[in-house]
Design a binder for this molecule. Structure first.
Ligand code: SMG
Ligand code: MG
Length: 370
């Protein structure tokens, strides 16, 4: 298979509700969509970067630049036997994992269609539905947060994750635990603390949390190991794990007991599967993280989350958690048992509604051979 042409688009999708984390507030989801053509087929991938480099170093603009000027030209016209070869082909560009992941995802979708198979099958997925949870941003008041949690529980979500930051942590989580004594609950700090704040996490240690996600610096496996040694609650790393070998090192150091897997952060589905395997071999459970993806990225995440070592509910909510109208049809929906079905159709599954993509596109350009 040879990719003949790639269309890049920057899209901006208004969020139904603003989403606030320890690093800022978002009113819209920005992404780069990658539409790749080969042999009369079209494959889609998503770069779920943000408008600003707050979660990691990438933005939709950096992804646009790196895709347009380096990654896409390096892939066009190249004979590929399997999408796993994309990672090697793009290795000459350092980092820019989200940009790489978006392009690789489009090739996975193309290849799956060419083979007449689902992405789930190709990746080695074994579950036909995956357990999911909802991720909640920081709200104006604890009462507002409680009301939002009630709403999502009523919709059928079974696991709740809340964002924390200094000043919005122990008291908030304690109150949630008081109001929802049995709900599987976890927190995500997005690197907002240092080891000097260990008492914050010690104070949360008896609240029965599933895990504490990325409490400390993204580049700090050593202090995470020190913190984990002081806690019974598992630490889960997100931002720190950008390569499969980071997972191995974190596990060996004792920096975490659970790993969040995002193909976007790791540079693609190939690296995500490898990270899954590294963790599985060491008996460490993983779960699928999210970046408020549009349906395009969401479907790929679902396929990934069907691998056997995804043993905790993912940040994989239904399309209507974030969007009035998703880019795919049918949209991703929550089943009454709090799961989401993994598509069985070829490729990523549901079709992409180009008319809707057009409506949210703010920039587009074709990149072709020559
Ligand atoms: O996709 O439902 C989702 C969002 C999940 O909280 C989520 N993602 O650090 O895990 C994380 C955050 C990163 C994005 S915050 C804008
Ligand atoms: Mg996180």
């Amino acid at each position: 298979m040879k990719v003949e042409a790639v269309e890049l688009r920057i899209v901006r999708m208004p969020l139904r509700f603003p989403f606030e984390t320890s690093f800022g507030r978002e009113d819209a989801k920005h992404a780069v969509l990658v539409r790749a053509q080969a042999d009369g087929l079209v494959g889609w991938g998503e770069v779920p970067a943000m408008a600003a480099p707050l979660y990691n170093e990438e933005t939709v603009q950096t992804a646009w630049h790196v895709l347009r000027d380096f990654l896409v030209p390096a892939l066009l016209g190249v004979e590929l036997q399997h999408p796993r070869q994309v990672r090697e082909r793009l290795r000459f560009v350092r980092r820019h994992h989200m940009a790489k992941a978006g392009l690789e995802a489009a090739v996975w979708d193309l290849y799956a269609q060419q083979q007449g198979r689902s992405l789930r099958e190709l990746l080695g997925g074994v579950q036909d539905r995956v357990e999911v949870g909802v991720s909640l941003g920081i709200e104006a008041t604890v009462d507002d947060l409680v009301r939002r949690v009630e709403g999502f529980l009523a919709e059928g979500y079974r696991r709740v994750k809340v964002k924390i930051r200094p000043g919005w942590d122990v008291e908030v989580v304690r109150e949630l635990r008081r109001r929802f004594p049995d709900v599987p609950l976890q927190v995500d700090a997005n690197s907002a603390y240092t080891l000097e704040d260990a008492r914050v996490f010690e104070a949360m240690d008896d609240l029965g949390l599933l895990l504490i996600e990325q409490p400390l610096g993204e580049d700090d496996l050593v202090d995470h190991a020190k913190l984990q040694a002081r806690l019974r609650t598992p630490i889960c790393l997100d931002e720190s794990i950008v390569h499969p070998h980071d997972a191995r090192k974190a596990i060996e150091l004792g920096s975490c007991r659970v790993v969040n897997i995002k193909a976007a952060r790791l540079g693609g589905l190939t690296a995500a599967v490898e990270t899954h395997d590294v963790c599985a071999e060491r008996g460490v459970p993983v779960w699928c993280g999210g970046m408020l993806e549009t349906g395009i990225g969401r479907l790929a995440n679902l396929a990934l989350a069907s691998l056997p070592n995804f043993r905790l509910p993912g940040d994989l909510s239904a399309s209507d958690r974030y969007f009035e109208e998703d880019l795919i049809e049918p949209p991703v929906v929550l089943e009454p048992d709090g799961t989401i079905r993994v598509p069985e159709q070829v490729g990523i599954g549901p079709r992409v509604r180009l008319d809707r993509v057009d409506r949210v596109t703010v920039r587009r350009e074709w990149v072709r051979v020559g």
